[in-house]
Design a protein around this ligand. Structure first.
Ligand code: SAM
Ligand code: DTB
Ligand code: SF4
Length: 337
């Protein structure tokens, strides 16, 4: 064999999941699903450690996009005041407080279709200052143009959050101002720039189980898989189209949410699966089941972006009840260690 015919040295190929395999996981008896998820979790992580990320909205409201769940779209009457990009001093003060409360990652969100060059300059300054506090940094700014991910990487950005939100087949029923392919394009730019990917979605929007399985399938088949996978339960914000629809059709069964966490854990064994929006509505019992199903990250702090989250004292009490400890920065460990 000469050099041209020799196969390149590559890492083991990532498993590709099929829709049928993911649906089969969803269909397992609940106890079997939980057992499998907990086994996968324990093979890859400390089962009693969770990672804490705190969110801050750095630019609230007035967004051009029409995401049917979002309080911040200019197209929905949600009563939210449109604000300018906040001052860096406020960002630093909030990040310091988050660190003091025990968060290890600080995630800054902006209600943009994507950042303008001038805005990106201000955000890169925020990233530098937050990073200097010893926190991991994350931003979620919408779609990126070529070169922007590199600017963020140069500022020291650790993670970029950009969710697939829902399966491609349902995407057009939730958002019409950008496409599922646009999301994939930004995710590829983030990956190519060497930034860790935070990518998940929302359930409880009136979708079918097939759609939920499709979302998990698309996330699990990203290669490499996202390092962080936020799973959000729809927060029904009055004035948003999806809140109206779900109000009429009924909420997702919380146990189906737990199943979604478990299926994410099994299909993305080394990713941090984040129990994200909707914790306040889920209550302690369902949250505990989510941790058992393999969730090992949460949004921590009294507020998400524009809606409520359990307060720090409630979370601290829950961690104590469950014997959960906080994972240090870069706390991921390898299987078998
Ligand atoms: N504008 C950027 C974008 O869309 O990528 C960043 C901010 S956006 C608010 C971040 C994510 O929050 C969305 O992709 C969605 O998954 C989640 N989210 C927004 N509103 C939500 C709601 N009412 N309930 C649950 N999740 C929500
Ligand atoms: C994610 O998946 N969930 C977070 C974060 N990434 C940016 C946002 C949740 C927002 C919930 C509704 C709100 O507070 O506006
Ligand atoms: Fe804008 Fe992001 Fe909300 Fe969509 S989810 S309306 S892009 S802020």
């Amino acid at each position: 064999m000469n050099d041209m015919t020799q196969p390149a040295m590559t890492a083991a190929a990532q498993k590709r999941w099929s829709q049928a395999e993911v649906e089969a996981l969803y269909a397992l008896p609940f106890n079997d699903l939980m057992f499998q998820a907990q086994s996968v979790h324990r093979a890859n992580f400390d089962a009693n450690a969770i990672q804490l990320s705190t969110l801050l909205s750095i630019k609230t409201g007035g967004c051009s996009e029409d995401c049917g769940y979002c309080s911040q779209s200019a197209r929905h009457e949600t009563g939210l005041e449109r604000e300018k990009l906040i001052d860096i001093a406020e960002v630093v003060a909030t990040a310091k407080a988050a660190k003091a409360a025990g968060a290890t990652r600080f995630c800054m969100g902006a209600a943009w279709r994507g950042p303008k060059e001038k805005d990106l300059g201000a955000v890169t300054e925020m990233v530098r200052e937050v990073k200097a506090l010893g926190l991991e940094t994350c931003v979620t700014l919408g779609m990126l143009k070529p070169g922007q991910a590199e600017q963020l990487k140069d500022a020291g950005l650790d993670y970029y959050n950009h969710n697939l939100d829902t399966a491609s087949e349902f995407y057009g029923q939730v958002i019409t101002t950008h496409t599922h392919n646009d999301r994939l394009d930004t995710l590829a730019q983030v990956r190519d720039a060497g930034i860790h990917v935070c990518c998940g979605g929302i359930v409880g929007m009136g979708e079918s189980r097939r759609v939920r399985a499709g979302l998990i399938l698309e996330l699990a088949n990203l290669d490499p898989q996202p390092e962080s996978v936020p799973i959000n339960m729809l927060v029904k914000v009055p004035g948003t189209p999806l809140a109206d629809i779900v109000e009429k059709s009924g909420d997702l069964d919380p146990l189906e949410f737990v199943r979604t966490i478990a299926v994410a854990r099994i299909t993305m064994p080394t990713s941090h699966v984040r129990l994200s929006a909707g914790r306040q509505e889920l209550g302690e019992g369902v949250q505990a089941l989510c941790f058992l199903a393999g969730a090992n990250s949460i949004f921590y702090g009294d507020k998400l972006l524009t809606t409520g989250n359990p307060d720090v004292s409630a979370d601290t009490a829950l961690f104590a009840k469950l014997g959960l400890k906080t994972e240090p920065v870069q706390g991921r460990r390898c299987a078998g260690h």
